[in-house]
Design a protein around this ligand. Structure first.
Ligand SMILES: *Cc1c(COP(=O)(O)O)cnc(C)c1O
Length: 396
């Protein structure tokens, strides 16, 4: 590819979400609304079954979004006033908000090089009030669940998972979202499985927890979806819309191909950037058999972050800073006082490159060429093939 080609690669193109499977989506939307299926109808239960089957867990409950899924999941576990919940500071503020809205206090701790929580930072943050760790399975990668589980059992802490970025990610063959008492997922349009607005789910193997969450999402209604005088919980409304569920049912069969494409792009970025010592790359798709990463994001780490970013933007490549460049503990006005130097340093260096299944081969090669061109390296022309193993690992 010529360096002079005028090309542009937006960080994310929201119009592609619908366009990718336009006819299927249109048919499903019309069928659903023509049939009057708006609230908690068949599309929701069909989606819940597909999600549970894909993850290999017993229950999935469709919810309005991931933030509310975490709020009611934590509430259903009895977490509230007087409790503390440990989180990684490298997460969306929503993780902390969900803890706050139960009445508990979120306690952010350090990350480590793979961008997930540092298991060694958990113990020192534990107090007599600590009840749980709400892990973030970040960038389409699971935390090292052996190490985290060992710490959690040593301190008798509940594990729950913010898996908004990790649908399909695995550690040791097991899916993100299925290690803790519950996992929460997001179907925000730029997430791994998109809907056309807000959508989320909670998954669990715990029958009682699933029943509580079903009740809490629907104003405290009983199993027959009836709100009777026996109601003894303060429920809320955070149901997954039936129409969003219908949209998710269309997207679900296409998920394995979309995740395999993300892994292929990551493999190509890895090949193209491997020789650039100036860049610290995220773990690669083939780095370890224990991890199966699905690349919600491709987050690089480099001293010259701002200069590379300016160069890429000048050449039409969209990038963003995750969380707009602000990890949780830096929200001082929300009361955080933690001193987290590893995370502070990382946030002066990190950058997200375009990473989504709507990128064409030409887009991917253009990004590769432009990053290499910043350091005067010759163009890159090879898309690394998708491995059959990716599809095998992604098929339930
Ligand atoms: C997107 C995201 C959320 C929020 O999901 P919503 O469905 O928008 O509430 C929470 N945590 C992480 C890590 C996310 O990436």
């Amino acid at each position: 590819m010529s360096m002079t080609t005028s090309h542009s690669v937006p960080f994310f193109n929201f119009q592609m979400v619908f366009r990718r499977h336009q006819e299927e989506y249109t048919r499903s939307i019309i069928n659903t609304v023509e049939g009057g299926g708006f609230i908690l109808q068949d599309a929701v239960s069909e989606f819940e079954s597909s999600l549970a089957r894909f993850l290999g867990c017993r229950y999935a409950v469709g919810l309005a979004d991931c933030t509310n899924a975490m709020v009611i999941g934590l509430r259903a576990l009895g977490i509230g006033h007087g409790d503390e919940v440990i989180i990684c500071s490298h997460t969306f503020l929503a993780t902390a908000q969900s803890v706050y809205h139960t009445g508990a206090v979120p306690v952010p701790v350090e990350m480590r090089a793979d961008r997930t929580i540092d298991p060694g930072a958990i113990g020192p943050a534990v107090t007599s009030r600590t009840k749980a760790i709400l892990l973030t399975q970040l960038n389409g990668r699971c935390c090292n669940m052996d190490e985290v589980s060992a710490v959690a059992s040593a301190y008798d802490l509940i594990i729950a998972e913010d898996s908004a970025q990790a649908l399909g990610a695995r550690f040791g063959g097991r899916h993100a979202g299925t290690f803790g008492r519950f996992g929460a997922f997001s179907f925000y349009p730029s997430k791994l499985l998109p809907c056309f607005g807000d959508g989320g789910a909670l998954v669990t193997d715990d029958e009682g927890l699933a029943a509580n969450v079903r009740s809490l999402r629907n104003h405290g209604a009983n199993a027959h979806k009836v709100l009777d005088a026996g109601c003894d919980v303060w429920g809320t409304n955070c149901r997954l819309d039936n129409l969003q569920a219908a949209i998710l049912n269309v997207g679900f069969p296409h998920l394995p191909a979309a995740l395999a494409r993300r892994r292929q792009i990551a493999r190509t970025y890895h090949a193209a950037f491997g020789e650039l010592n100036e860049l610290c790359l995220p773990p690669g798709p083939d780095d370890s058999g224990r991890y199966f990463d699905v690349y919600q994001n491709y987050e690089i780490d480099l001293v010259e972050r701002d200069a590379l970013r300016d160069f890429l933007h000048a050449n039409g490549v969209g990038t963003i800073l995750q969380w707009a460049g602000v990890p949780v503990h830096q929200f001082r006005n929300l009361g955080f006082r933690q001193d987290l130097p590893v995370t502070d340093a990382f946030f002066s260096r990190c950058l997200l490159l375009p990473m989504n299944p709507y990128l064409t081969d030409e887009d991917v090669l253009y990004v590769c060429c432009m990053v290499r061109a910043y350091w005067g390296r010759p163009p890159w022309t090879t898309i690394v093939p998708t491995l059959a193993a990716d599809f095998v690992a992604l098929t339930p």
